[in-house]
Design a protein around this ligand. Structure first.
Ligand code: ADP
Length: 465
């Protein structure tokens, strides 16, 4: 529960709500505390003092200081303010604080009169007390200074009296909204995630469906990545199944044949020396075929596992091509194929394993012979590019349909299985092995082919400088 997305979302919202309320509450309280409420209160008090006291002071304006002091005291007690009568030069004639009166602001001579309705001025006396004051004229020679000390507002009191209740109420409403929002948000986020995890479980059982990307962008990305992964896993599961089916199928034919001939020898169906020798020949050739298949499968398995041994070192390509020409010339002659092969004209160095690369070209030339009728033509030539050498194996054979051109590099893929098997050749693993070997060399293999005209296999390998 505490770990759930819903609770964590709610907690985040709740913390946010509390934070916002605290900040807003503090800000409003400070604005009021620092702001002009005390000023307005002081203005009101001073205005009352002025309208009450000024007429009386004006009529008693010429009294001697002692009598004037008595008049002042009465008002000051009534309004808790300070009244000071000063002459035109700013000297104090009477002061409600008497002899102990603190300093007055410097209002210059003659003192300025505060307009009715204007806000009071602020000053601090020499004891550090804060006052608001106004000044008015009694007569030509006397001026009166009214002051009230700055009202002391307690910040806690303002907060408690004015804001606590509305803030608590707003907080409760916001928390309720947060609960609803977190429910909606968590459903929006977690529903697609839950679907992904369900499909992941299905995937383990081999039957995941693609997910429709929904929810926030990150979750949609996760769904797209999951769909990709799921497709790869399913393809790989399928190719594993195909692989097992293919291997079993390829082993079944020679095994059945071996079993049949062995039984025939055992039960005496095959008796004569010639028959026995023919049976032994079939058994041997089928066993050889199986051996080749197992060897090819082992090679691929080692490459997949990364344990295939590659003796990489820089070497000259020319001798390798020469060796190929020497090996294949007699075979081409026997097959009545015109073989035109040219080693590279300039020195070409490659970093790689010559034996493995030899296997690649062996396989390509083998195929070329296999699929080129007698009277046909096979060419082997090299073309140097900026950083690579391209080695072409071109035949004038039957060609490969465009739709199959990519697939022939897949394991066990053969364009026309019945025809190829009928000839007693390959398993469709040769090109897959070539591709793996070339990838280990940082190279590639590609093909252009036209039905009825022939195929051009191009091997590209990085040059060694
Ligand atoms: P295989 O052992 O069957 O030759 P490969 O992997 O070498 O296996 O080749 C796969 C398939 O590609 C072949 O069965 C054939 O159908 C096709 N193929 C390969 N090379 C040629 C070529 N030169 N001309 C026509 N088809 C070819």
């Amino acid at each position: 529960m505490l770990n759930s997305l819903r609770f964590r979302l709610w907690l985040t919202y709740a913390i946010l709500v509390l934070l916002v309320l605290c900040v807003v509450g503090t800000a409003i309280t400070l604005v009021i505390y620092r702001g002009n409420i005390p000023l307005l209160q002081a203005a009101l008090n001073l205005q009352t003092l002025r309208s009450n006291a000024l007429p009386r002071l004006r009529s008693a304006g010429d009294l001697n200081p002692r009598l004037l002091q008595a008049v002042l005291n009465r008002y000051a007690n009534q309004f808790r303010g300070r009244i000071v009568v000063i002459n035109a030069r700013g000297r104090v004639i009477a002061d409600t604080l008497g002899e102990d009166g603190t300093s007055l602001p410097d209002f210059g001579t003659p003192p300025l009169k505060t307009e009715v309705g204007a806000l009071p001025e602020f000053y601090q006396d020499d004891e550090g007390r804060s006052w608001y004051y106004i000044i008015d004229e009694i007569n030509q020679n006397r001026w009166v200074f009214f002051a009230v000390s700055r009202p002391q507002l307690r910040i806690v009191t303002i907060f408690r009296d004015q804001f606590l209740r509305p803030l608590v109420l707003a907080g409760l409403v916001a928390l309720l909204v947060a609960i609803i929002l977190s429910l909606l948000m968590s459903r929006w986020i977690s529903a697609p995630i839950r679907q992904i995890s369900q499909e992941a479980m299905q995937l383990a059982e081999g039957q995941a469906q693609p997910i429709v990307p929904e929810g926030p962008a990150e979750v949609r990305q996760l769904a797209i990545a999951f769909n990709d992964m799921s497709q790869h896993v399913q393809e790989s599961q399928q190719s594993q199944k195909d692989f097992v089916a293919n291997v079993s199928h390829e082993l079944k034919t020679p095994l059945t044949s071996i079993q049949g001939f062995a039984r025939a020898i055992k039960d005496g169906t095959v008796q004569t020396k010639t028959e026995l020798s023919q049976a032994a020949d079939v058994i041997e050739s089928e066993a050889q075929r199986m051996n080749r298949l197992v060897q090819d499968l082992l090679t691929l398995a080692k490459m997949d596992a990364g344990t295939a041994r590659f003796e990489m070192h820089p070497f000259e390509l020319n001798p390798l091509i020469q060796a190929l020409i020497q090996k294949f010339k007699p075979l081409m002659d026997t097959a009545k194929i015109d073989f035109q092969a040219k080693p590279p004209e300039e020195e070409v160095r490659i970093n790689g394993d010559p034996d493995q690369l030899m296997q690649v070209f062996d396989n390509l030339l083998d195929n070329a012979i296999k699929f080129t009728p007698s009277g046909g033509k096979i060419r082997l030539y090299c073309q140097k590019e900026a950083q690579k050498i391209a080695i072409h194996v071109v035949d004038s054979g039957e060609g490969i349909p465009v739709a199959e051109q990519k697939r022939i590099f897949e394991r066990f893929y053969q364009v026309d299985k019945a025809r190829v098997r009928g000839q007693g050749h390959g398993y469709g693993l040769g090109l897959a092995i070539c591709k793996q070997i070339l990838e280990r060399h940082g190279g590639s293999i590609s093909l252009t082919s036209i039905i009825g005209e022939g195929s051009d296999f191009v091997v590209k390998l990085p040059l060694y400088h």
